[in-house]
Design a protein around this ligand. Structure first.
Ligand code: ZN
Length: 222
């Protein structure tokens, strides 16, 4: 069967969430109530991220790009994981609620052959404005920002097995559409509760080990 891997970026490929790190560094006091409102569900991810970037004047964009590139730490084993996907013929898409300026350099340092879905920042106005890479389609209840379920609907015709890799709340909708999930952090608790077939991972070496071990549970689902 064809396998389509859908891999999150922040907290998954990168060790920590870059949007939070940027807000903490540039507008800590102003962004904190917005982050809390998103976490409590009072504000959608889309509205929250737009509101946070609108706190930052556009003349600071260059500083933010520099900050992000200095502070991105890639989880161990990611290049080996990309290599193993190639060997097994598993297609991979990186689907990120983050931004081109910190996602693209990391992915392109490993391979230029990976589909990447992420957002952009428009710094031409007085404050930073988010341009969403793929807004919610009609089958989503909305509010995602970059809509991961819509990406899966675009990528997959239904004939392929979907393997999701992620860590957070925004990956849960992806996990529910997947045949098998590699999860850590909050996503791990959520897939456990929901009874979705999964394995925990700490580094990409864990995922490579499962991919290359024919006895590993993932192979019963793909
Ligand atoms: Zn959506």
């Amino acid at each position: 069967m064809m396998v389509q891997v859908v891999c999150d970026f922040d907290g998954t490929i990168s060790e920590r969430d870059m949007i939070s790190a940027i807000m903490e560094a540039f507008v800590p006091d102003e962004s904190r109530p917005i982050i809390a409102a998103v976490q409590s569900g009072a504000l959608s991810v889309r509205d929250g991220v737009e509101a946070m970037f609108a706190l930052i004047p556009s003349h600071r964009y260059r500083d933010i790009v520099d900050f992000a590139q200095r502070h991105t730490v890639i989880r161990e084993g990611f290049p080996q994981f990309i290599h193993t996907c190639g060997q097994l013929g598993w297609k991979i898409a990186v689907v990120s609620g983050g931004f081109d300026f910190f996602v693209d350099p990391v992915i392109h340092s490993v391979s230029t052959d990976i589909a990447v879905y992420r957002n952009r920042i428009d710094a031409s106005g007085p404050v930073l404005r988010v341009e969403w890479g793929l807004p919610c389609d009609g089958d989503c209840e909305g509010g995602c920002g970059l809509c991961k379920p819509s990406v899966i609907r675009q990528l997959c015709g239904g004939g392929e097995a979907v393997v999701a890799i992620g860590d957070g709340v925004t990956d849960f909708k992806v996990a529910r559409m997947a045949d098998y999930v590699f999860a850590r952090s909050r996503l791990l608790d959520m897939v456990q509760e929901e009874g979705i077939p999964h394995a925990e991972f700490h580094t990409f070496h864990d995922i490579v080990d499962a991919m290359t071990d024919k006895e590993a549970p993932v192979h019963a689902y793909v």
